[in-house]
Ligand binder design. Structure first.
Ligand code: A2P
Length: 359
């Protein structure tokens, strides 16, 4: 069998990469539809040796479609995912809208592919910083347990879309020419928020809007999604998770400084390195003698998650530091979305149950 696939948000930074990753996946692909807003209808986009004509996404776009790969923002996914499921398609969604819904599996295939078994037609792809984080945390939790995790992120501009990347480049150029950068800031830190600040030559400790207790929405996403993926419950107390999310003037590739406390004084650094290194698609780059460590520039364009700087807390036995880097547009978005679909195909789960909550 071949599967007909619709890419919703095909003109976006992530959508284009979804088409790319789909072409390189093992999914037997039949017809491919490129969907976006009315603004882009008629545009041409290439997929393998075909030229696709972008169509406006509506509730009627999904007849005959088996798999929808969506990255068109929360409101579009809210509006169109149920229509796609009603038409018989399985939706893998990269927006945040469905992630915390109890009827929606939130999946990183290397970590919790088993959660796909009971899907109701919608599967969510986690936030980019969560995905690379759980690749490193899950094996430690399984083998040694985890009391607490403290994360500081160093997140690339591309996580805020193409406009944010363009803005940083324009600001950098202005600064080098001795011009004012401030008036060029329109998108970062958050497009819809009241104030905007330059990211070039700067750090912005705000990703997404502020919520309760002074945390940003991005920080809550990391906390809740990590628990849902590893423990199956966003409110579980079994692992204490907290952190700070920071935007840095990097184009592509998120870095994360991760502090983990296993609570077990006997666990060694070598055991941690081996456990994390045994995960599929994790690459350990960790050798101080040769200055080997993960870097965004080296991770760009790769599907893997890179982990290094693995070392013990010298004053708290059983606790360790990690440095985790991945391409936020690939493992953090497009590749994980396609990888979920590829896993659904392998598990023979490309079907909507007759009694689906969403159908
Ligand atoms: P369009 O290019 O027509 O605006 P990015 O995050 O890089 O801006 O990409 C967002 C993607 O989501 C684009 O493909 C965009 O299409 C698409 N999109 C945005 N709003 C809608 C909508 N209301 N219906 C369908 N697609 C949408």
């Amino acid at each position: 069998t071949a599967y007909n696939v619709a890419v919703l948000g095909a003109t976006g930074a992530v959508g284009r990469r979804i088409l790319d990753q789909l072409a390189q996946s093992t999914i037997p692909v039949g017809e491919v539809k490129a969907l976006a807003s009315a603004r882009s209808a008629g545009q041409k986009i290439s997929f393998k040796d075909q030229e696709l004509t972008v169509e406006e996404a509506t509730e009627d776009s999904f007849a005959g479609v088996d798999i929808v790969l969506a990255s068109a923002g929360g409101s579009t996914s809210k509006a169109l995912a149920p229509a796609a499921v009603k038409a018989g398609a399985v939706v893998v969604d990269n927006s945040s809208y469905w992630r915390m819904n109890d009827q929606v599996p939130l999946v990183v295939p290397e970590v919790n592919a088993a959660a796909l078994k009971d899907h109701q037609g919608i599967i969510a792809n986690p936030n980019c910083s969560t995905t690379q984080l759980v690749m490193a945390l899950d094996p430690v939790y399984r083998e040694f347990g985890l009391n607490q995790v403290i994360i500081s992120t160093y997140q690339a501009a591309s996580g805020a879309g193409k406009a944010a990347m363009d803005e940083v480049l324009a600001e950098a150029q202005a600064r080098l020419l001795g011009d004012d950068m401030a008036e060029l800031a329109h998108v970062l830190p958050v497009k819809g928020d009241k104030k905007h600040f330059p990211l070039a030559f700067n750090l912005l400790p705000q990703i997404d809007v502020f919520e309760e207790e002074g945390y940003t929405h991005e920080e809550y996403k990391m906390i809740h999604e990590t628990k849902k993926i590893i423990l199956g419950d966003k409110n579980a107390k079994a692992i204490k998770v907290t952190g700070t999310a920071v935007r840095v003037p990097v184009m592509i590739g998120h870095g994360e400084s991760v502090y983990i406390d296993t609570g077990d004084e006997k666990v060694t650094t070598d055991q941690i390195r081996q456990a994390i290194g045994a995960v599929d698609n994790v690459i350990i780059e960790d050798d101080p003698a040769t200055q080997t460590y993960p870097q965004p520039l080296l991770a760009e364009g790769k599907r893997e998650t890179f982990v290094g700087r693995i070392r013990p807390d010298l004053e708290n036995p059983g606790a360790f530091h990690l440095w985790v880097v991945s391409d936020n547009l690939l493992k953090g978005a497009a590749w994980n979305t396609v990888e979920i679909a590829q896993t659904l195909v392998e598990m023979d789960l490309v079907r909507v149950p007759a009694d689906s909550t969403f159908a």
